[in-house]
Design a protein around this ligand. Structure first.
Ligand code: DTR
Ligand code: CA
Ligand code: ZN
Ligand code: ZN
Length: 434
């Protein structure tokens, strides 16, 4: 299960994106009171440069089943891992080749209200797919990195996704939705899709699906005095379709593909009437030069605006006494250590001499497993050593640590390593109680 939650015991103010906000939770998107950060265009373009380089080094594309796709995924994953996201790669098979989805969870937020943003990372085999869909992939990546920079603590749990094999018919996103337990599916409060957001002859289209999501994007563009149109052709044409079919509220942005811009549209948006929004759609010329910077900048900022505002302006979540992470983390057999993080905030002073650590690790032959608590400053406290003769399964235990020399606030990690061959498992959950 992908849950991370903190016990809440009262009401308090909440730092969000560097702003202090106290507000009651709201079912719909709150009025745009939150100052979402500007997403630096240069950062987004730097990601596109990387994706272009990856395509150039791998046969000119980043298509499903080709090396350029997995190289793109590894690039995105590396950025997210370094920024403190809990990432996992979901494999599937399509047209005889292995496909990959990348799912990145931002620790925190209400696990029963998951706000998702997604973009397909694959290109067609004809070219590097920088607008289709490097633009959407880079826009949500930089927004995710902005969440990390802000150490955002929104009301809802944030999940970002990069899909494989969209160009084969939304294969990766459909695989994700179809393999999501219905209990988890019901927790997704909304899915935002970004597929082609920087077309060279851009239009500004907003999906007309969920009204709250649609209004959020329209509010953003109204603030720029940029008119928008409803995206009418896209219902079944991108990765929001499987979510929509599952009854999950969806929305998104689109800057246009093979259709031509009308004279009326050129009047309001500029650009060239009678020319396709993207003349290089699904072509080899969909390269780094096939990008309109203004559209990319505006739409990337719109992603951040939607995340900051749809994720809730922060249910007052007090400095509770316990902090839990229930995201599953696979433990490689006889391999590198893995970690699961809880972010402790809002406390004063140091941790107690009797800091309680509840651990739930599912692992056959638990003697393989070494477990440490790592304080925010990197100090490790050994909770469990390996042993060659402990053949029982699972480590479900409570430990007490004298952490009185450690400041309470910060990113505490449970570090687990399997140090013997055979038998594997995963971190199911763990909890700190002050
Ligand atoms: N199918 C998408 C491009 C696409 C075409 N129309 C829409 C409408 C809404 C989102 C995306 C699209 C692709 O080729 O990836
Ligand atoms: Ca920007
Ligand atoms: Zn496409
Ligand atoms: Zn696309």
């Amino acid at each position: 299960m992908n849950l991370y939650r903190r016990a809440a015991v009262g009401a308090a103010t909440l730092a969000i994106g560097g702003l202090l906000a106290t507000a009651a939770p709201s079912a719909a998107a709150p009025s745009p009171t939150l100052a979402a950060p500007d997403i630096p265009l240069a950062n987004v373009k730097a990601h596109l440069t990387q994706l272009q380089s990856i395509a150039s080094a791998n046969g000119g594309n980043r298509a499903h089943g080709r090396p350029g796709y997995k190289a793109s995924l590894d690039y995105v994953k590396g950025k997210l891992d370094a920024a403190g996201f809990t990432t996992r790669i979901q494999q599937f098979t399509s047209s005889g080749a292995t496909g990959y989805n990348l799912i990145a969870d931002w620790p925190g937020g209400d696990a029963n209200q998951v706000l998702m943003a997604g973009a397909h990372l694959d290109s067609v085999s004809a070219g590097p797919g920088i607008n289709d869909n490097g633009s959407g992939s880079a826009g949500i990546l930089e927004t995710a990195l902005a969440v990390s920079r802000a150490q955002l603590k929104p009301d809802k749990h944030l999940r970002f996704a990069w899909w494989g094999a969209e160009e084969l018919g939304m294969v990766g996103s459909r695989y994700y939705v179809n393999n999501l337990p219905s209990t988890d599916r019901s927790k997704i409060s909304g899915y935002l899709n970004f597929d082609m957001i920087a077309s060279p002859n851009p239009g500004y289209f907003v999906y007309d699906d969920d009204p709250t999501i649609e209004k959020t994007f329209k509010d953003y563009y109204a603030g720029l005095n940029v008119p928008t149109e409803i995206e009418t052709e896209g219902d079944g044409r991108s990765d929001h379709a499987p979510f929509d079919s599952a009854g999950i509220p969806v929305g998104g942005l689109f800057s246009g593909a093979e259709r031509s811009k009308s004279s009326a549209q050129a009047q309001k948006w500029g650009g060239t009437a009678g020319q396709a929004f993207d003349r290089c759609y699904h072509s080899s010329c969909d390269t780094s030069s096939n990008i309109n910077d203004t559209a990319l900048d505006r739409n990337s900022d719109a992603v951040a605006y939607a995340i900051w505002n749809l994720a809730g302006d922060g249910t007052p979540v007090p400095p509770g006494d316990s902090y839990e992470n229930t995201a599953d983390v696979a433990i490689p057999d006889n391999g590198a250590a893995v970690t699961s993080t809880v972010n402790v905030t809002g406390r004063t002073g140091n941790a107690p001499a009797t800091l309680k650590v509840d651990v739930d690790i599912r692992h056959t032959w638990r003697g393989d497993v070494v477990v440490d608590l790592v304080a925010p400053d990197g100090t490790a406290y050994r909770l469990k050593n390996s042993s060659s003769n402990d053949s029982a399964d699972d480590v479900v235990a409570s430990y007490t640590v004298n952490a009185s020399s450690e400041p309470a606030n910060g990113a505490w990690k449970l570090r687990v390593q399997d140090v013997a061959a055979q038998d594997t498992g995963y971190i199911n959950s763990w909890k700190l109680t002050f």
